[in-house]
Write a protein that binds this ligand. Structure first.
Ligand code: NAD
Ligand code: GLY
Length: 358
């Protein structure tokens, strides 16, 4: 079975990728963790699809699970949801010998990972990501967290999972738009680290190629970056923000949910690629290649008219990456070769946002 090892000393773990892995969760958990009780945390969309199979697999392996369901959607990434999950675990009598399974997309991974990291001062957890975004990105690396009214992901921990099980067969039940937006992070990985992945992405869009292999290549890229910068200190993780500075501001300006995260990030990547062409020598043909790929996946390449440049700039000023007025911006020298630049000015960014209308 394809797997990627994340090498982080005593926090190392495997990411197993393939099909029909849901039924092997109990087996793998029993082998890895000497725990007989666990909580399966999932959301209201994922529960009817996969919870029963996960619970069955656990009980068949002598593990006694409780199921905790939260409403689907970003609103479940809240402190009240964390408290609710933890209290259900306390009321069910789970102790420090228990573990947790996060079954769902990035919302569940962040919420349940956070809950596991603080429950009785921390219990092991297994990520079972069920969206493309969570399989290639959010389940790998150990950042967990929830939102507050002041902003996204402001409360959280660095807490590595004990195991990640990415069953690509679960992606077939995703709504089409959610599946497509996941490709934004895949294309981001290709743009910053591995231009040869462009072909594999087109193959998948054409209904060919192996989704397992594509997810594995992405997980490898993310894992190698996390290994070099587990706690976001050395700057290596910053490369993962390619397209995100402008993209996050576009997402917030549209109103959360109007433009999906991946759609906004696609626009942010186009702006960043055009700036890379102007400031870092990225060939114009590479910018066109990137835009064509977004079109192929049905991700947007033009900014919706109702989102003003001023509102986007205003949102950007509140971004933590604009530390002390200095902009840390990820540019590309070539497709697959990203770096952190301090030479991008507000004027450059303003022009790049305006350019997204053409
Ligand atoms: P999500 O978890 O909200 O899932 C999207 C939708 O798909 C939800 O309605 C969900 O119920 C549904 N769903 C999930 N799996 C399904 C399946 N297999 N079949 C049918 N429906 C399914 O969103 P997401 O895009 O997976 O994750 C976004 C979240 O991830 C954000 O909160 C973001 O902040 C977080 N994130 C975290 C990190 C990190 O480093 N921790 C990195 C990137 C993103
Ligand atoms: N949880 C994903 C990350 O640490 O980047």
């Amino acid at each position: 079975m394809p797997s990627v090892h994340v090498n982080l000393a005593d926090r190392s773990y495997d990411i197993v990728i393939g099909r029909q892995l849901i039924s092997s969760i109990g087996d793998r958990a029993a082998e890895l963790l000497n725990c007989r009780r666990c909580a399966v945390v999932t959301d209201s969309h994922v529960a009817p699809l996969y919870a029963e199979a996960v619970l069955r697999s656990l009980t068949e392996n002598g593990i006694d699970p409780i199921l905790i369901k939260v409403p689907a959607g970003e609103t479940s990434k809240s402190m009240s949801a964390v408290e609710d999950v933890c209290r259900q675990m306390i009321l069910a009598g789970l102790d420090r010998k228990a573990f947790l399974i996060a079954l769902g997309g990035g919302v569940i991974g962040d919420l349940a990972g956070f809950a596991a990291s603080i429950f009785l001062r921390g219990i092991p957890f297994i990520q079972v990501p069920t969206t493309l975004l969570s399989q290639v990105d959010s389940s790998v690396g150990g950042k967990t967290g929830v939102n507050t009214p002041e902003g996204k992901n402001l409360l959280g921990t660095f807490s590595q999972p004990a195991l990640v099980i990415a069953d690509v067969a679960t992606l077939h039940t995703l709504p089409q738009r959610v599946y497509q937006e996941g490709f934004a992070e895949v294309i981001k990985h290709a743009a910053i680290r591995d231009a040869s992945m462009f072909e594999a992405i087109i193959d998948i869009a054409d209904g060919q190629g192996s989704l397992t292999e594509l997810v594995k290549r992405n997980v490898e890229i993310k894992a190698r970056i996390v290994e070099q910068d587990e706690h976001e200190i050395t700057g290596e993780r910053a490369l993962l923000n390619f397209g995100h500075t402008i993209g996050h501001a576009i997402e917030a300006s549209a109103g959360y949910g109007e433009l999906f995260h991946g759609e906004a990030i696609a626009l942010g990547m186009i702006a960043a690629a055009r700036l890379s062409s102007e400031l870092a020598g990225l060939p114009p043909a590479a910018v066109s290649q990137l835009e064509d790929l977004f079109k192929r996946i049905d991700l947007p390449t033009r900014l919706p008219e109702n989102i003003s440049t001023e509102i986007i700039l205003d949102h950007m000023k509140h971004d933590k990456k604009f530390s002390e007025g200095k902009i840390r911006f990820i540019l590309l020298r070539a497709l697959g070769d990203a770096f952190v630049s301090h030479d991008v000015s507000t004027e450059h960014i303003t022009d790049a946002i305006k350019g997204l209308r053409f």
